[in-house]
Design a protein. Sequence first.
Length: 139
Amino acid sequence: MANETNTLQTQDVEKQEVQVAEGTERTRPGRAYVPRADIYENDESLVLVADMPGVDHDTLDITLEKNVLSIRGTVEMANPDNYNLAFAEYEVGDYERNFTLSDGIDIDNITASIKNGILQINLPKAGPAKARKINVAVS
């Protein structure tokens, strides 16, 4: 039997900047980025996990309006005292992203938490959208 090794494929992915619609402006100076997100599903819910480094509970805003879940996080650049930035590879900016939710989500029971810049939003499925086993009667 051959020895099979799973390898993790990685990509050098740059941050994607938020595209501002023509004729509009951001009210906050600086850049805004689209946070990378993963969505997992189980029988009871969907779980959205978004990477938002530098964002914490106090700088995070999550809203739901007309089935659009909007997440916004602000980041403040903190330079050490008595130092000037000489070179930077990492660009700091805010985060903004919208998700359109289906009617299959129980919007009254959505919960969210953030720890170390990782946002987790639990989107419970509404009653009819939950998976269930159908018993077959023997005749």
